[in-house]
Design a protein around this ligand. Structure first.
Ligand SMILES: [Zn+2]
Ligand SMILES: [Zn+2]
Length: 157
């Protein structure tokens, strides 16, 4: 399967393991941070029209270090938990109320679109102040030299 639209018809009743994969752009993650594949590994549980999806998604994001301004790659793994009901199985008001709940989705009996929760889960894992490594010394405040490269010829004092 490609992409994060789960084909419910291929999921066995009961518990099933599903691996999904797609380009970051397929789940609405844009350049330049996101250029790599997103991989998901899920346990799908189907009971009648109710589908629950649990697992995690992985990708790598390309960020700029806030200290040294170099680009670095950060592997991310985000947990996913989604519950889905078949649309039409509840009243319209009930469905709208449930959709406001982050984890509740609706499927049409054939397909369950996981792109929104996959995108949101990965975005939640993005650091607010990315650093290429915990002890990144950053740039010299005087000349802008990268201090991680060692000694440089900046006049002291
Ligand atoms: Zn850095
Ligand atoms: Zn300097």
């Amino acid at each position: 399967m490609t992409g994060f639209v789960l084909d419910i018809g291929t999921v066995r009743a009961g518990l099933d393991r599903v691996e999904l994969e797609g380009a970051a752009a397929d789940v609405g993650l844009s350049q330049p941070e996101w250029r790599e594949q997103v991989r998901g590994s899920f346990t799908v549980e189907r009971s009648g029209e109710r589908v629950s999806v649990r697992g995690s998604v992985q990708s790598r994001t390309h960020l700029e270090c806030v200290r040294c301004l170099r680009e670095f790659t950060l592997p991310l793994e985000a947990p996913i938990v989604v519950y889905a009901e078949r649309s039409g199985s509840t009243s319209r008001e009930e469905q709208e109320a449930l959709e406001r709940d982050d984890f509740m989705l609706f499927h049409d009996g054939r397909r369950l679109d996981l792109r929104d929760p996959v995108r949101e889960a990965l975005l939640l894992e993005m650091p607010i102040t990315p650093v290429c490594r915990e002890d990144c010394p950053g740039l010299c405040p005087k000349c802008g030299a990268d201090l991680a490269l060692g000694e440089h010829d900046c006049p002291r004092g």
